[in-house]
Design a protein around this ligand. Sequence first.
Ligand code: AMP
Ligand code: ZN
Length: 112
Amino acid sequence: MSDCLFCKIIAGEIPSNKVYEDELCLAFYDIDPQAPTHFLVIPKAHIGSVAEVDGDNAAVVAHIFEVIARQTKKLGLDSYRVVSNIGVQAGQSVPHLHFHVLAGRDMTWPPG
Ligand code: AMP
Ligand code: ZN
């Protein structure tokens, strides 16, 4: 999608601080971190949010969770939170599927 911020990051048109990249996904540090460690994992194919996951694209979501499990281990994180906001009321500000990975501080429940 030409006017999508995260598609522009994937295309290299906007710089990012990369954690990991492969042919299916990209992980990079959030520009406005909400915890000592805060990175995002996104599919390279444009998917608007979890609400657009279906039988045709669900494999990339499984792959992203595999990447999250591996990269958090590499970073020495044994407790962390994975969050995906869907829609404006839930706080989604970028309409390209992304999973926040947050770690390094006590977390509250329920989330605000
Ligand atoms: P959400 O609000 O759940 O849609 O998450 C979008 C996230 O993208 C926010 O946490 C932003 O801080 C982050 N973000 C926005 N622009 C950039 C950027 N250029 N590089 C890294 N993270 C970004
Ligand atoms: Zn996109």
